[in-house]
Design a protein around this ligand. Structure first.
Ligand SMILES: [Zn+2]
Ligand SMILES: [Zn+2]
Length: 346
């Protein structure tokens, strides 16, 4: 089969690899019909995640059709259409029992990281019963690719951790795919104000069409002053950090109002300066975490019911064979006005 293989920092190729086979009785083999590229894949290619070994097939998002299941798999059979979660979970360990699937003792984020991933014609999914979700007939499968990672990430780590409530003012710093996922899912709770902050004006224009009440370009460095002006000097109830660099974290800690919440979603590679000397008396909370994907079934129902339309996030479509070009476009997101790219195997 063909697969997108990582060959060390800066190197990748679309090449022949042996098709995956069942290793454990809890495995399933899924033929990929749709997959996508994540910002995390670009981090791997930059060399930011040295634990990824050369020769690894990348990708942790996608939908497909079951080709084969191990004898211990009971929820799925050949021919079933499934959503692949970016998080593999055994369902039995102490972390899984707490729904902390991202910390599963025999799983977590392993796809396209520690084991071969979804940017391929087929993939082996360990602990299939707990790591795959059945796709109801009639649901837009392409849109569901957004549920493998970005929507649960924006929702669980941004919106739920930030405790977004009706009438709240919410600022989302970072209008990339995960920030946009937080923007879409925050609207479940009817916040009064959804302020989107980014340095890319085309992304901010897109955010307006997704329901942002205000957009703010932070390129000139006065985002904090602008947000304070928008909120009568009070700041926001919820500040969601969706970039992962010190300057965007700083914006969040400077705009949170008393009793508010900072929900960090961004993947940080450097330490930040936490202004606890100002924040301690403000009765705030600060949360951070890895997605557990325990909300995936609920998100799937909202998509099925037409309450959430994640297909809005898809900016480009390519044949799976053209994945190298798709990487180029996604890697040059500002110029190409790319949000999420879909790769179609059929
Ligand atoms: Zn991802
Ligand atoms: Zn587990």
């Amino acid at each position: 089969m063909k697969a997108l293989v990582y060959h060390g920092p800066g190197k990748k190729s679309w090449e022949d690899k042996p098709a995956p086979t069942l290793i454990k009785s809890t495995d399933a083999i899924v033929r990929i019909t749709r997959t996508t590229i994540c910002g995390t894949d670009l981090h791997i290619l930059k060399g930011d995640t040295p634990e990824v070994e050369p020769g690894r097939i990348l990708g942790h998002e996608g939908v497909g059709v079951i080709e084969e299941v191990g004898e211990a798999v009971s929820n799925f059979k050949q021919g079933d259409h499934v959503l692949i979660s970016c998080i593999t979970s055994c369902g039995r360990c102490s972390y899984c029992k707490k729904q902390l699937y991202s910390h599963c003792e025999d799983g977590g984020w392993i796809l396209g990281h520690l084991i071969d991933g979804t940017q391929a014609e087929s993939v082996r999914i360990p602990h299939a019963d707990n790591s795959l979700y059945p796709i109801p007939a009639g649901v837009d499968e392409e849109a569901l690719v957004m549920l493998s990672d970005i929507l649960p990430t924006g929702f669980e780590i941004g919106v739920l951790a930030g405790q977004v409530k009706p009438g709240d003012s919410v600022a989302i710093v970072g209008a990339g795919p995960v920030g946009m996922a937080a923007l879409l899912t925050a609207q479940f709770y009817s916040p009064a104000r959804l302020i989107m902050v980014d340095t890319n004006s085309s992304r901010l224009d897109m955010a307006k069409t997704f329901g942002a009440t205000d957009t703010l370009n932070s390129a000139n460095g006065d985002a904090v002053a602008q947000i304070m002006a928008l909120t009568n000097g009070k700041g926001v109830d919820v500040a969601i950090e969706a970039v992962g660099i010190p300057s965007t974290f700083d914006i969040c800690q400077n705009i949170v109002t008393a009793g508010g919440h900072i929900a960090n979603v961004g993947v940080h590679g450097k330490s930040v300066e936490l202004h606890i000397e100002k924040l301690w008396a403000q009765n705030i909370t600060l949360t951070a975490g890895l997605v557990n994907t325990n909300t995936t079934p609920m998100l799937m129902q909202t998509v099925q019911a037409g309450r959430l339309a994640p297909s809005q996030l898809i900016s480009h479509r390519f044949a799976l064979n053209d994945i190298i070009e798709a990487y180029r476009v996604f890697g040059d997101a500002a110029k190409e006005k790319a949000m999420k790219v879909i790769l179609c195997a059929e």
